[in-house]
Design a protein around this ligand. Structure first.
Ligand code: GLN
Length: 198
């Protein structure tokens, strides 16, 4: 079995732990470097990217996580986690940093007031059937660099065409929160990516 850490500084950690366990991974919370050292992959949960960024530095995890990402650690970020894994962020707060790794520009809180939180069905490359996407003050991907592959776009409504899932090698990011729906297919996809990369 693969051991997947869930960065447990802030955000919906438990939901990711449950989703990972239900697809057969061992899931462990990560708050310290020695916990990070013991995992095969890392999930960065939804929550608040500015807070997670600050806590990463307060817990002296920012650089260790970045180092492991640079040496090929598979990682999955949902919502705030997508922001943290993006190389560039628009609409961030003063001084906000990202770990980076995925060659995209994301816009924080992108969907605007009327659709701050919404749900829509999505087709995701690599996942059979449609997935119900739950978006909560979500970012979208505004620019995709040559190394990254778009996996899903919003299909209809005011945000039609917006990019909401991207993969770059062992890194996966989604604007939405599959961990809150009980549908574990995105976690399944991630665990397959982790197994491939071992
Ligand atoms: N708006 C949050 C941020 O900027 C993300 C929201 C979420 O993770 N649900 O980090």
């Amino acid at each position: 079995t693969v051991t997947v850490g869930v960065l447990a500084l802030q955000g919906d950690v438990r939901e990711h732990v449950h989703a990972l366990e239900s697809v057969g991974a061992r899931a462990v919370p990560v708050r310290r470097q020695r916990e990070l050292d013991a995992v095969d992959a890392l999930v960065i949960p939804g929550g608040e990217s500015t807070t997670i960024d600050k806590l990463l530095r307060a817990f002296e995890l920012f650089e260790p996580v970045q180092q492991r990402l640079r040496s090929g650690l598979p990682a999955y970020g949902s919502c705030a986690g997508m922001i943290l894994l993006a190389d560039r962020v628009l609409g961030g707060i003063e001084g906000q940093q990202t770990l980076g790794g995925v060659d995209v520009t994301v816009r924080r809180n992108a969907f605007g007031r009327q659709v701050e939180s919404f749900e829509t069905d999505l087709d995701i490359a690599g996942v059979d059937g449609s997935v119900h996407g739950v978006f909560i003050r979500a970012p979208w991907v505004e620019e995709v660099g040559p190394g990254a592959t778009v996996l899903a776009r919003v299909e209809s409504g005011p945000a039609a065409g917006r990019i909401v899932a991207v993969r770059q090698g062992p890194l996966l990011v989604t604007s939405f929160h599959p961990e809150v729906t009980g549908d574990t297919r995105v976690h399944q996809l991630f665990v397959e990516i982790v197994r491939e990369s071992l």
